[in-house]
Design a protein around this ligand. Structure first.
Ligand code: ZN
Length: 468
């Protein structure tokens, strides 16, 4: 028997019926969100408790059996991809919301709870779990934590890291690290939960969490504006943030290329503003008084219009109009029109973004005169997504496009991953954004916590010495 068969024999006894999926049940699943490739994992393990996760990892550690943890598998950097000699450990059966505590404003959840389920449960107590992203219905809290997910409201509430008060995780040898802190402040020694946030399951598997909740907003105002120059976008961000006095919760920028793509057939969105401006911004405010907040929002935009800071503006007058504005921003699937595509998730200090984008665009155009690309995203956080199609797929064009996107980023001190993580897809470029000393400490931590290398092998750090 191979080691995976030995492991599966013991794991089947441990997990019982429904706890292990194999063969056709594995192949029936896709390897990831939007993927056409079936899951290749040797088997899928479905533990029901932290104790079972611990027992799984004790067995796998003993046998040197690699394990790939998985949440909703909506990640975009192949962080959850499992090969035939690996076991996929899905937290899907651990999907209980254990507690919502309105007085102390936290929730206790198991890792497999879908993000949207927690948002709705918090809403029933007039509370807000602020993390929000397009995959909300499928992405899970455990996946959000292990990737430190960002999304649309980071400018106001921070990334997942800022919402995790405590967590419970299982390390490679099966040890349970229970760090279920419920306080906002706790400086008692090392903050060990950070080892498991954003480390993509390479140092441990998150099984439960305590998450901070906020008061649900009583007002929501959403506007959409056209901006004549990048300089004006930067001025507008400060003007709006100051003018709204802390209510700004989203500042999503679309370069014209993206706006054109999502407002032309076969896309269903109608352009709310003529498409002849270089930049568009979706602006949202969350506050405490609908009428007063809407008036304030209109006044701030009105002044920006008078000053020539913006060229045109609309404000949603109903939930349907708000949804229509967000539908444009969320209609990223339109990029399939220039398939095959390469996707990027970069960040920079925002004042450097215009020069960076110009350099990337010039490089792409010189290499492929017929290339297509769009740029959009969370500019308020210094984060944009770039999607590029050059009419060909494969390793060679991919590396060439990556170099054209990442070299100008490295020169400006940017990050090759603002919010999607590294996974397998971006690991060759990690050295563009992290120093040798940082990489060495990451490897030291990995070796200390997972000496046999069984947890999500090859993700983030990859095999040592791979060129970039
Ligand atoms: Zn994003």
């Amino acid at each position: 028997m191979t080691s995976i068969d030995t492991a599966l024999g013991r794991l089947s006894t441990l997990l019982g019926s429904g706890g292990v999926l194999s063969g056709a049940d594995v192949r029936a699943r896709m390897s990831g969100w939007g993927s056409q490739k079936p899951c290749e994992a040797g088997a899928i393990l479905r533990p029901r408790s932290t104790e079972e996760v611990s027992a799984i990892l004790r067995i796998c550690s003993e046998l040197g059996q690699p394990v790939v943890p998985a949440g909703g598998t909506t990640g975009l950097v192949e962080g959850h991809i499992a090969h035939g000699d690996e076991l996929l450990l899905s937290l899907e059966l651990m999907n209980r919301i254990e507690e919502i505590d309105p007085a102390n404003r936290f929730a206790v959840v198991e890792a497999g709870v879908p993000l949207q389920a927690l948002q709705e449960a918090a809403g029933r107590h007039s509370l807000l779990y602020p993390l929000d992203l397009g995959a909300r219905g499928t992405a899970t809290i455990g996946g959000n934590i292990s990737t430190n997910a960002g999304g649309n409201r980071v400018i106001r509430f921070g990334m997942t890291r800022d919402m995790v008060l405590g967590l419970e995780a299982v390390t490679a040898d099966g040890s349970v690290i229970s760090a279920m802190n419920r306080m906002i402040k706790n400086n008692a020694g090392y903050d060990l939960k950070q080892l498991f946030i954003g480390t993509e399951g390479t140092l441990g598997i998150v099984t439960r969490a305590v998450l901070r909740l906020r008061e649900a907003p009583q007002s929501q105002v959403t506007g959409f504006v056209a901006v004549p120059s990048y300089r004006n976008v930067l001025t507008l961000l400060r003007r709006i943030d100051r003018g709204l006095g802390g209510m700004l919760s989203a500042f999503e920028v679309m370069w014209k290329s993206f706006y054109d793509l999502v407002t032309t057939e076969p896309a269903k969105n109608r352009p709310p503003i003529p498409a002849d401006h270089p930049f568009y911004v979706l602006i949202e405010a969350m506050g405490g008084d609908q009428e007063a907040d809407q008036a304030r929002f209109e006044a701030v935009l009105g002044e920006a219009l008078e000053d020539g800071l913006i060229a045109d503006a609309v404000i949603a007058k109903s939930d349907a109009e708000r949804a229509a504005l967000w539908a444009m921003r969320d209609d990223v699937a339109q990029v399939a029109r220039f398939w095959p595509i390469f996707t990027f998730d970069v960040s920079l200090p925002i004042s450097l973004m215009e020069g960076y984008v110009a350099e990337v665009e010039a490089g792409l155009k010189a290499a492929w005169p017929n290339e297509r690309h769009v740029i959009f995203g969370h500019l308020g956080d210094g984060n944009v997504h770039i999607v590029v199609g050059v009419g060909e797929a494969g390793a060679a064009p991919r590396e060439r496009v990556e170099r054209l996107v990442y070299d100008p980023l490295e020169a400006r001190g940017g990050s090759v991953s603002a919010e999607h993580g590294i996974g397998l897809e971006k690991r060759a470029w990690l050295g563009h954004s992290r120093s040798e000393a940082e990489l060495a400490l990451m490897r030291t931590l990995k070796a200390a916590m997972d000496p046999k290398g069984i947890l999500n092998p090859g993700k983030v750090l990859g095999p040592a010495g791979r060129p970039h």
